[in-house]
Write a protein that binds this ligand. Structure first.
Ligand code: TXA
Ligand code: MG
Length: 351
């Protein structure tokens, strides 16, 4: 049985935090809102609690978890920060924490190997969501939390989506409303470059903290560029797996000339603008069209609505979802990354 409790910033967050902390102390996982997507949190320092997260999600052991912290003491508890990156880390913390930036750092012995999939590094971030922070505060220790979906599936951006994914498999869901950012945190690894004015940031996963935002502090290197599959497996584990995938086949169309509808097939269109701005509007007799940014919000608005609309289209009776490419700047880089991965894993009946 899964219980859902409600939390909003006007309510009693302390009571919600205490209730979640009780469950977490008993070694059980709790689904909760982050500003990015909903997470499934567990005591990061308790291997049994961590094992339950992998089990509930059906996640393979080679895909490490992100550790969420509330303060600098907890950062020191989980990460051994090399002296040469101390200054850069401080800049990043001041600029982006609390927020949607995850930083990969050498781990301490306190972090169980199951959290990091045996890697010598740990991915750490300080979440901004007030509910997540209230839970961290009440619990008083770092929380490991992957996105609260079945492995490989569409990330949840609402409590209802978590219920669809994990209902009956976890004891507690905290409903804090829709996620504010809508896509998972940016993950970077810092590479100190001797004698250079700036370090290199290897972007292991693009997200809400964009390259444009990181550029003043470090030189950003995008994933995959000049890297073999073997290198990616080592440096960005989990990133090669199929992800964010609907059960309905999904195709990402970058050039409208690449798409010719097949007779008798029912298609859904997922597009940034719709209307005259979409090059795909007249490309088929669409069963349904969903517009990522119907307002003036553009890419940030599209990110907020992306997983929600993908989930909605996946629940409709169509043969294929056609996603139209979005501009590749700002949040568009994260959106294109998620669309590509969704396309790779789509169309399979199970995990
Ligand atoms: O926004 C988010 O980051 C959400 C919320 C809940 O905080 N969490 C999230 O976790 O997206 P998850 O499990 O879906 O993604 C974690 C990914 C792994 O798949 C892996 O690619 C990367 O983080 N990761 C974790 N530890 C790592 C490490 N030591 N080195 C490199 N990559 C790591
Ligand atoms: Mg995930």
């Amino acid at each position: 049985h899964t219980e859902t409790i409600y939390a909003d910033s006007t309510g009693d967050l302390r009571a919600v935090g205490e209730k979640a902390a009780d469950v977490l102390r008993s070694g059980q996982p709790v689904a909760l809102p982050a500003e990015t997507v909903y997470g499934l949190a567990a005591d990061a320092l308790n291997p049994e609690a961590v094992a339950r997260v992998f089990e509930a999600k059906g996640r393979p052991a080679h895909d490490p978890l992100i550790v969420h912290i509330a303060n600098r003491d907890q950062l020191r508890q989980v990460a051994d920060v090399p002296e040469e990156i101390e200054d850069v880390l401080k800049q990043l913390r001041q600029e982006f924490w609390p927020g949607a930036l995850t930083i990969v750092l050498p781990k301490t012995d306190a972090v169980p190997d199951s959290v990091t999939s045996g890697l010598p590094t740990v991915a750490v971030r300080m979440p901004a969501d007030p509910v997540f922070r209230a839970v961290l505060k009440a619990f008083g220790g770092p929380l490991a939390a992957p996105s609260a979906n079945r492995f490989g599936r569409i990330s949840p951006t609402s409590a209802a989506a978590v219920e669809e994914e994990l209902g009956g498999r976890i004891p507690l869901i905290i409903d804090g409303g829709a996620s504010k950012e809508g896509v998972e945190s940016t993950i970077i690894k810092i590479e100190h470059v001797p004698n250079a004015t700036k370090p290199n940031f290897h972007i292991l996963r693009p997200g809400p903290v964009t390259i444009e935002m990181l550029k003043p502090i470090g030189r950003c290197k995008l994933p995959g560029k000049n890297r073999s599959a073997e290198q990616i497996k080592v440096e960005a584990p989990g990133q090669l797996d199929a992800h964010y995938a609907p059960r309905t086949p999904l195709r990402l169309i970058e050039d409208p000339a690449d798409f010719t509808p097949e007779e008798g097939k029912r298609y859904a269109l997922l597009t940034l603008d719709g209307g005259k701005k979409s090059k795909m509007m007249d490309a088929a007799d669409w069963e349904v069209i969903e517009i990522l940014s119907p307002g003036a919000g553009k890419l940030p608005e599209a990110a907020v609505r992306f997983y929600h609309l993908l989930r909605k289209l996946d629940g409709m009776d169509v043969d294929e979802i056609i996603a139209e490419a979005v501009p590749t700047h700002g949040l568009g880089i994260a959106l294109m990354d998620r669309m590509r991965r969704a396309a790779v894993g789509s169309g399979s009946a199970e995990g």
